[in-house]
Write a protein that binds this ligand. Structure first.
Ligand SMILES: Nc1ncnc2c1ncn2[C@@H]1O[C@H](COP(=O)(O)OP(=O)(O)O)[C@@H](O)[C@H]1O
Ligand SMILES: [Mg+2]
Length: 318
């Protein structure tokens, strides 16, 4: 898989405050990468560093193959950025805003009206396209701001907290847009958010940053298996296990707990490798298995576990 973002030791101070500390990160082409962390963690600073809006004072990064230190213009030509507080011209209509910014991006005049019209259509703004932005709701403004970031058809899109402050319906519309960008159009999305349910829904991989330090990065499954040793599985036996099955399981050192929940046998296992052993033990004792479902941790559980671990480490060192 081709990497569109490669950062190595990327570092940025503001005065003596370390906003981004030795960041190593890779984002592959086509993925929706979730960049998670509390306020002040360093997410926006990272986005600005990766777009060459801000210069690093340590480390390096390549974006779409270009060096942020020397090719910032080239990078900004190929990326779309939705900042935390996108500015639009209130006195202009949505269409006029897109035409203005498209011109600024250097889009050919012959193509621009068609491109603007298509985006307004795609973002559900076509019937209000010729109304002044001053009359728009927050959700409509945000959709217009994303449309603006897409005018020049960037292959990599940075969205910094795109749904913060939106009502549930507007947030949902923005999330659907992000899914379309990735699944239908195959674009890479770098999504900063502190909404964990949103990240769970949209992101194939996530990174968690806190106090400028990347605490963990991976798919939710990878993160979960590095954070939890034990594994909980639900086994569907279409009823209670027999006494023989229960006894056989209790003799296995890999099984540290068994209970019934919602008609399922729930086992706590030492690790994934115990699953075939358990299945074999049940079958050998006459049990019939209709399903084995490992319980997955939510991104929220993963996130708080990472936070607890990193704070624990600090506490331990103090
Ligand atoms: N231009 C700036 N000048 C001084 N400090 C800044 C500036 N931008 C960000 N910071 C500080 O750097 C840290 C990281 O900020 P930021 O990247 O905006 O975090 P996030 O986007 O995760 O909320 C914060 O402590 C913030 O106050
Ligand atoms: Mg921010």
């Amino acid at each position: 898989m081709q990497s569109v973002i490669v950062a190595e030791g990327l570092t940025r101070h503001f005065g003596d405050h370390l906003a981004v500390n030795q960041l190593d990160l890779q984002v592959a082409s086509g993925e929706v990468f979730g960049f998670l962390g509390p306020n002040g963690a360093g997410k926006t600073t990272t986005v600005r560093l990766l777009n060459g809006v801000l210069s690093a004072d340590g480390g390096s990064a390549r974006v779409l193959g270009y060096d942020v230190a020397t090719d910032a213009l080239e990078i900004r030509r190929r990326t779309g950025v939705l900042t935390e507080t996108p500015s639009l011209y209130e006195a202009l209509t949505a269409r006029e805003n897109l035409l203005f910014f498209g011109d600024l991006y250097g889009l050919p005049e012959s193509e621009l009206p068609r491109r603007a019209g298509a985006l307004l259509e795609e973002f559900g703004l076509a019937d209000r396209a010729d109304d002044r932005v001053g009359t728009y709701s927050k959700g409509m403004r945000q959709r217009l701001a994303i449309a603006r970031a897409l005018l020049h058809s960037p292959e990599l899109i940075f969205l910094d907290e795109p749904t913060s402050g939106l009502d549930p319906a507007a947030a949902r519309m923005v999330r659907e847009t992000i899914q379309t960008l990735s699944q239908v159009e195959g674009r890479t999305v770098f999504l900063c958010t502190h909404n964990l349910a949103e990240a769970q829904l949209l992101c194939s991989r996530v990174g968690v940053i806190d106090h400028g330090v990347l605490q963990a990065v991976g798919t939710p499954q990878e993160l979960a298996s590095s954070l939890w040793q034990e594994l909980t599985v639900e086994i569907d036996l279409r009823g209670e296990p027999s006494a023989a099955v229960r006894e056989a399981l209790s003799r296995l050192p890999e099984v540290s707990g068994q209970s019934m929940e919602n008609d399922r046998l729930v086992l706590t296992l030492a690790n994934e490798d115990a699953i075939p052993t358990v299945v074999a033990a049940i079958a050998a004792n006459g049990g019939r298995i209709y399903g084995v479902i490992p319980r997955e941790h939510t991104l929220e559980e993963i996130y708080f576990r990472i936070q607890a671990n990193s704070h624990g480490e600090k506490g331990g060192a103090a």
